[in-house]
Design a binder for this molecule. Sequence first.
Ligand SMILES: *Cc1c(COP(=O)(O)O)cnc(C)c1O
Length: 400
Amino acid sequence: MEFRLARMAQEANRLQAANDTPLCAYLYDLPALRQYVNDVITALPERCEMFYAVKANAETPILDTLDGRVAGFEAASGGELALIRERFPTAPLVFGGPGKLVSELSLALDLGVELIHVESLTELERLARLLEHGERRQAVLLRMNLRTDNLPSTSLTMGGTATPFGIDPDDLEACLAFLAQHPKIELRGFHFHLVSHQLDADAHLRLLDDLFHQVEQWRKWYRLDIEEINVGGGIGINYRTPERQFDWTGFCHGLERRLAEPPMQRYRIRFECGRYLTAPCGYYVMEVMDLKRNHGEWFAVCRGGTHHFRTPAAQGHSHPFVQLSGGDGEKGLTDTTVTIVGQLCTPKDVLARRVEITHLAIGDMLMFTFAGAYAWNISHQNFLRHPAPIMHFIDDGEDT
Ligand SMILES: *Cc1c(COP(=O)(O)O)cnc(C)c1O
């Protein structure tokens, strides 16, 4: 994505000047999101579709920007289903995730979701019961928890090992036998979401090779009439080395070669990415309120904290940021290392640890990048009851 850091800095400075307390804000660059998502989708080979996993960030302006660009939305709860259907009555919608309530399955049927990604035989049975009376049918994918040699050990493993997600391949025959008895449930294909934080494009291609190969084997063995493989999301953001991101273009070229092979030509491949789509458009800005030394280490105490922006604490990394001036250039610290903390009464309220600075003063601002996914919405917002940050959506209207 093209980062408009100067534009964001200008906006942060303007907000700082307009507020009489130290600044704490989320900034979102909607034109950049538009351009970036267009680029990501344009690079995809034929017969590939990009859905958006709503749980990564469901702020209304973000969803509005994505609607009509992504092929549809993936909801993982009744709340997300209702939110998307209310705002986008005709957008393609699929329903996945573990622990679906009967009431949520029923809502999905009422809202006319295109597909339900089924997580277990029990879920199939519940769905069959809901479809028992009436003419209604429902298309599904079976979410499989496959073990393969090409599962990278990322920091968040979703499958290939004992997890609550998806169906063990040993149980596939039982599911298929059940489906054979329940023709109102139509099996359209298989779903996989086996990794998160995938940063290696070649490794991801190898993993997809395994998935494609396995699906083809199942199709032949069980004589299935299927058309779709959902390969999930999980494309990562490199928070630790932000200049080295996932090679999306290289990945798409590799995928195109694989999909050109005859056995693969029957399938539509669907992605449902969250983090990779929205992380780059968001920024979390904190103003430095205090600089103090404690037992030999410097700390910058800033407005806000991990109750607004839990991403670094959740992932255990020092989050990348750029420094914006705002304070007294004459005062402050020079050429030292500082740990960036927030306002919470816990030593875990750390956003970046022992980072090098050339100069930092009270009143300066730190603008954390890649803060647009799994950030505000995964944070413990009520802990200590500090106010919420300002939510500021920048849209200078250069539509693309
Ligand atoms: C969370 C999730 C996604 C999105 O994952 P990202 O890592 O944000 O791309 C997609 N599919 C399923 C089933 C998920 O649980």
